[in-house]
Design a protein around this ligand. Structure first.
Ligand code: MG
Length: 337
């Protein structure tokens, strides 16, 4: 028997209740430079299999206690998604029930006493299958990774680099599930640039794009926690998902954002609200229950946004708090949270 010169050596688990049979196989396999583990029973086979994760199993059919079929089924169950080749060994004149062997999870069989040439040939065939399978597994993992990257790219807004609407919908859905499970408050903020059409009309669309990028940058800076998501909902509309954020926290966030906007003071010559670019926002906060949906939260935040506009813009409004950021600023002595 010639040692395989291309394929690497294998760790092979030999399962046979007869010491003589195991010794013969060990001799052949070690001659071919494979590493051999020996088990005398089904139970021992299972424990060695779990501990050493061999590349291949040679499995006697007839054994006291658990037979080879039982062992094959147990091995298959022990590695869901994995595949270690199993070759059954059947006694001479004791025909292997091939169908039963395959059903139990076996891949091939050999008749004892095992011919060295046949054994070597079968091992090489199994090695080839193993190599191909590993290549496929690697390929599918790479494909999966590429898909994840692609998905991430597809969910980004090209102008601002924020998550786009598709990403927002998916993220909001996931956070609702998580917040419902953990019984934590989830906040959604919808906001948009006040009088953005007037801004574009007076300064042009390129400047309009630059303005959106700057607002997006500020939103990103304010959403600092790893799970916070800032998204561009469309046009001059933005949305923020703030997990584990109670109503008071959402208001604090909104005030901080208005402060940085005022500090940035991007000129907006035709704004009826202020001399600079301003933003209005609607906030909704809840501990989600079975009836909470992403659409429902978006609608509620949108209604709050309209209320903020109706109250004079350049402010954030929350129905749950019956409060906007302006009132909050003018009544800072009160404990309104
Ligand atoms: Mg036996």
């Amino acid at each position: 028997m010639r040692a395989p010169d291309i394929e690497p050596s294998l760790t092979i688990l030999v399962v046979d209740d007869q010491a003589a049979a195991r010794a013969v196989l060990r001799g052949e396999l070690e001659h071919a430079r494979h590493r051999v583990l020996e088990a005398r029973s089904g139970a021992e086979a299972l424990s060695l299999f779990l501990r050493h994760q061999p590349d291949l199993v040679l499995l006697d059919v007839e054994m006291p206690d658990h037979d080879g079929y039982w062992v094959a089924r147990e091995l298959r169950q022990a590695e869901p998604g994995g595949w270690t080749p199993i070759i059954f060994l059947s006694g001479l004149g004791n025909d292997l029930d091939l169908h039963r062997g395959i059903e139990a999870g076996g891949d091939d069989y050999l008749v004892k006493p095992v011919s060295a040439i046949v054994l070597a040939a079968k091992l090489r065939a199994m090695q080839r299958l193993l190599t191909m399978r590993n290549r496929l597994v690697t390929l599918s993992e790479e494909l999966n990774e590429a898909n994840q990257k692609l998905k991430h790219l597809v969910e980004l807004d090209s102008l601002t680099g924020l998550v786009n609407r598709g990403g927002l919908d998916r993220g909001l859905f996931n956070e609702i599930v998580a917040a419902r499970r953990d019984q934590l408050p989830l906040t959604l903020v919808m906001c948009d640039v006040d009088y953005f059409k007037l801004y574009n009309d007076s300064l042009g669309h390129l400047q309009g794009d630059a303005c959106l990028r700057q607002v997006a940058e500020l939103l990103k800076q304010v959403c600092r926690r790893p799970r916070d998501v800032a998204a561009r909902y469309g046009g001059e509309e933005f949305a923020l998902i703030l997990p584990n954020t109670p109503r008071s926290g959402a208001m604090t966030f909104a005030r901080a954002f208005l402060r940085v906007m005022a500090k940035l003071a991007l000129p907006h010559p035709d704004s009826p609200v202020a001399g600079h670019v301003t933003v209005s926002g609607g906030i909704t906060t809840c501990v989600p229950d079975a009836s909470t949906t992403a659409q429902g939260m978006i609608m509620r935040a949108d209604e709050a946004l309209y209320a903020a506009k109706a109250h004079g813009r350049n402010r954030f409004f929350s129905f749950e708090m019956q409060l906007d950021t302006e009132e909050h600023l003018s009544t800072q002595h009160g404990d309104l949270s």
